[in-house]
Design a protein around this ligand. Structure first.
Ligand SMILES: [Zn+2]
Length: 285
């Protein structure tokens, strides 16, 4: 089973996790910039964090044979802190980096006017830099949060096929299904979405545009729940090809739209161009 975790915060994880993930089949990850728990007091603090997401963390992942890419943004929660707002001006320089495959995570936490503004500004940045967008949805008041999220996405003019709306569940999946956006699901150890509930959703809605992630971070979470979902799928009668689609080909297709996903030496050797030895996936091709 080859696994691409499209949303995991490895900064908060140990090398034991990298080791166990690699052994479980996780070959590639995308790490979105997010809130670290301790509020940051200046934009300079984000500079060091962003630099580690595109420098130190890919190096650390590489030690375990895991390919690491990042998404960069001012997260929804800290968009409310005036001390962090100047981060918006720092983003363009990061969005030009090869290791950055999307703008994210953006979206709503408490649905404040400040969040509205940062969300819209960062969707505009995604379009200006020709990047997909990873959109977090609030854990409280979820349905209203997703409705408002979809309205902002539609208003921005971004191609919905370049947006993933994340942290969905049985209620909110219905709101996103027909919008053309990708659907993200975070599998948690004991709350919110579980592997078994995920399998039911895949039965009901199919595997098209479905992304499954562990969203593992500094809270209660488990980086192996992508693998657990793949196994639950097989047990429920899905085939190997369905599992490969959800856990590998879908995230590759979504983030491949950045034109920057580098999976050289990770994919089937047949996928590598024999002329150049290059398997960097370009968007739209
Ligand atoms: Zn996250």
């Amino acid at each position: 089973m080859r696994i691409f975790d499209p949303h995991i915060h490895m900064t908060s994880r140990t090398t034991d996790d990298y080791e166990r993930m690699a052994a479980a089949g996780v070959r590639a990850v995308v790490e979105p910039a997010f809130w670290l728990g301790q509020p940051r007091t200046s934009a300079a603090s984000f500079v060091d964090y962003f630099d580690s997401l595109i420098g130190w963390e890919p190096f650390r992942a590489g030690q375990f044979g895991v390919r690491h890419h990042a998404t960069i943004a001012l997260n929804p929660k800290e968009a409310n802190d005036p001390r962090c707002r100047p981060v918006l001006d720092l983003l363009p320089r990061y969005l030009d980096k090869d290791a950055v495959v999307a703008v994210g995570e953006i979206g709503y936490d408490s649905m404040t006017p400040e969040e509205d503004e940062a969300f819209a500004a960062q969707l505009a940045l995604a379009m200006a830099h020709d990047l997909p967008a990873l959109v977090h949805t609030p854990h409280r008041d979820k349905a209203r949060g997703v409705e408002r999220t979809l309205a902002v996405v539609a208003e921005s003019g971004i191609d919905p096929g370049r947006v993933v709306v994340d942290h969905l569940n049985e209620v909110t999946v219905k709101l996103v299904r027909d919008t053309g956006c990708w659907l993200g699901f975070s599998i948690y150890p004991d709350t919110k979405m579980t592997a078994l509930r995920m399998v039911e959703l895949l039965r009901e809605y199919g595997t098209d545009r479905m992304l499954v992630n562990s969203a593992a971070d500094w809270g209660r979470s488990d980086p192996l729940l992508t693998r657990a979902t793949g196994e639950a799928m097989l047990k429920a009668g899905f085939g190997d090809d369905d599992v490969d689609r959800v856990l590998w080909r879908n995230p590759v297709e979504f983030y491949g739209q950045s034109g920057r996903l580098d999976l050289t030496d990770l994919e089937d050797p047949a996928a590598v161009d024999p002329q150049t030895g290059n398997s960097i996936l370009r968007g739209g091709s």
